[in-house]
Write a protein that binds this ligand. Structure first.
Ligand code: AMP
Length: 132
């Protein structure tokens, strides 16, 4: 079975793409906890972070830390960027959540909501143009 994230990476399902290289794809979460919530996904379809090789996990974390999170911070002016791995919704393809944080409680999944396509496009453009 192909995971929903592999379908996004293949372009079969649309996404608000933020970043792509040979091994990693990042895009806006469709139900952001905060506007600017990004998912960073290894192209290799591995379900559980515990099954990732040290090299693949290191690579994913370094791209998240050095490239994507700073762009989120710049684009949203947040105080911190939260990193989380849960994986109870999409179990068959590991993903790292990067979430702009402004105050305590901003990682609460109960804050997940739908944004307008205008807001999603606006924050996509801001984050992409903040990538260095
Ligand atoms: P988790 O609960 O950690 O598995 O998170 C799965 C995340 O994937 C949720 O935050 C969903 O909103 C997100 N998600 C599911 N389908 C899509 C999609 N088609 N595009 C973007 N994000 C998605």
């Amino acid at each position: 079975m192909t995971s929903i994230f592999s379908k996004i990476i293949a372009g079969d399902i649309p996404s608000y793409k933020i970043y792509e290289d040979e091994k990693i794809y990042a895009f806006l979460d469709i139900h952001p906890i905060q506007l600017g919530h990004v998912l960073v996904v290894p192209k290799e379809e591995i379900g559980d972070i515990l099954d990732m090789s040290d090299d693949s996990l290191s690579e994913l974390m370094l791209i998240a830390k050095n490239i994507i999170a700073p762009a989120i911070k710049k684009a949203t002016n947040c105080e911190r960027v939260g990193f989380s791995v849960e994986g109870l919704g999409v179990k068959d393809h590991m993903h790292l959540h990067l979430i702009p944080l402004f105050q305590l409680g901003d990682l609460n999944p109960e804050k997940a909501h739908t944004e307008t396509s205008e807001n999603m496009k606006m924050i996509q453009d801001k984050i992409v143009s903040s990538l260095t």
